[in-house]
Design a protein around this ligand. Sequence first.
Ligand code: GDP
Ligand code: CA
Length: 322
Amino acid sequence: MQITVLAGGVGGARFLLGLRAHARSLPEHPHLTAIVNTGDDAWLAGLRITPDLDSIMYALAGVNDTGRGWGRVGETERVSAELNAWGVGWPWFTLGDLDLGAHIARTSWLREGLPLTEAVRRLTARWELGVELLPATDDEFETHVLVDSDVIEGGELHFQEWWVRFRATVEARGFVQQGTATAAPGVADAIATADLVLLAPSNPVVSIGSILAVPGVHEALATTSAPIVGVSPIINGAVVRGMADACLRAIGVETDAAAVALHYGARAAGGLLDGWLVDESDTAALPALESAGIRARALPLFLRDETLGAAVAAAAIELAQS
Ligand code: GDP
Ligand code: CA
């Protein structure tokens, strides 16, 4: 069995930990592939950084900082302090020393001419992750945020600057991808040959939305024979952590589990979803989802630990097979 997941960083990582735990409990381990958002990627201090791929890699490898919620455990910031003294990089964007190791390795492979997919394969080969990670694209296809030009000169900024520096407090008017891209090798295939496609409870706009913006991904989803089931990142009208509500507001979607599902759309009506899992606090949304043509179930979606995550993964598989 092949299960392919579309995922952003932290929400994606939490879900994949649960899915991996569930997969390992099955008699025939399904093969897991995650197609990961690269819209957050950037060049910084001469290095290519890929935050969502790294969040997932570190979490699956068990070397992530669970207290802080991002980066490597046991991290130090000596190099970052030196870079700041020289005015190199973004002073508001921490590059931890261990993290810089990954950035240097990645950048050196990219400089040798290897595609990002191969750099990711080499980085992840260090651990037994149990999930194959594929960048959505090998091309630089960075997410920019459109804002009012009287607030930010030029009316546009890199997603990282909007998110990390301004904590999404500058009102966003929309999101665009810079440049042109094609889906990375293996991405369309991982969707076409899947027995099940899952949307992780990731940011619907700048994580899942940025993956869907890569030419070829939407088409592959529209034509796969696999059922597509999503997990709501919105619980009881609020984001679980982060500022995805600021992204949803910018594209005119309510911060609501059903509204996000309807934004993705029912497959029967030309959208993406066959099924959608909502939190038990959103049970009232079930009839509207069902009448829109999306099979829906309610269960606890706060991914507190791997056991809960595994139950969510099991429910997604069960909904797809029902
Ligand atoms: P990012 O790239 O690090 O911002 O992470 P993602 O895009 O993968 O995920 C961000 C989303 O994950 C946010 O909108 C959160 O609401 C959602 N999220 C985080 N933790 C949980 C959780 O425990 N349960 C659910 N259902 N959603 C979560
Ligand atoms: Ca992200």
